[in-house]
Design a protein around this ligand. Structure first.
Ligand SMILES: Nc1nc2c(ncn2[C@@H]2O[C@H](COP(=O)(O)OP(=O)(O)OP(=O)(O)O)[C@@H](O)[C@H]2O)c(=O)[nH]1
Ligand SMILES: [Zn+2]
Length: 216
């Protein structure tokens, strides 16, 4: 099989193996698990300060993992516009928060997205929404990066997509190797962003460029 076809199939496969949309967790069950967790860690869940903690944690976890219940098609449908614009579109400095799947601790930072439209553009706000849908889950940074890029490529049928994610991982800061200033950078370059060096360089230059509204 030709190399490029194998690569395309691998890409499609990765999209197809996205976890299905799951129903929201039962809050009562999560609350009791948190109570047990507190007990196991040596706490007394009945003491005053902890009485509402399981409920608060259940709510917080539900919020921080809401990506599992988001339908990307639904999210993008209605915001794909047939517009003749064939220059690069970039939405950069998108703040995100995710949770590392190894330690269930946050990793967070910025995501930069660029694409070369092919007869249609997507509503600008939908790009951060896609970033949120994939980051609000238990993740590794590499998979997050690829899922954002491949979803946009797939849904927009773009000439190319580039995604760069820069993040700090609390599992490397507050435990483990304890490095406070380390930033992990990942990227996924598809289509023209992979095959044309000039396109990739333009994207990388523009995401480094100082933005409107930035202070001096
Ligand atoms: N590639 C990748 N690794 C990650 C990510 N988040 C956390 N990790 C790493 O996952 C690895 C898990 O390694 P293990 O040796 O199984 O776990 P550990 O003993 O807790 O590792 P330390 O963090 O080194 O203490 C660590 O090296 C983490 O830094 C991520 O998004 N991408
Ligand atoms: Zn981790």
């Amino acid at each position: 099989m030709a190399k490029s076809r194998r690569r395309t199939l691998q890409r499609l496969n990765r999209i197809e193996v996205l976890p299905p949309i799951s129903p929201p967790a039962d809050p009562e069950h999560v609350r009791s698990l948190i109570t047990d967790l507190l007990k196991s860690l040596g706490e007394t869940p009945q003491r005053h300060g902890l009485l509402k903690t399981p409920e608060r944690v259940a709510k917080a976890l539900q919020f921080m993992t809401r990506g599992y219940h988001q339908d990307i098609d639904h999210l993008l449908n209605g915001a794909l516009f047939p517009i003749e614009y064939d220059e690069m579109v970039i939405v950069k400095d998108i703040d995100f928060f995710s949770m590392c799947e190894h330690h269930m601790l946050p990793f967070f930072g910025k995501c930069h997205v660029g694409y070369l439209p092919n007869k249609k553009v997507v509503g600008l706000s939908k790009i951060p929404r896609v970033v949120d849908a994939f980051s609000r889950r238990f993740q590794v940074q590499e998979r997050l990066t690829v899922q954002i890029a491949e979803t946009l490529q797939n849904k927009l049928n773009a000439h190319g997509v580039g995604v760069v994610v820069e993040a700090r991982h609390l599992c490397m800061m507050m435990r483990g190797v304890e490095k406070q200033n380390t930033i992990a950078v990942t990227s996924s370059m598809l289509g023209a962003f992979r095959t044309q060096q000039q396109t990739r360089l333009e994207f990388l230059k523009l995401i480094r460029h100082r933005s409107v509204g930035d202070s001096d």
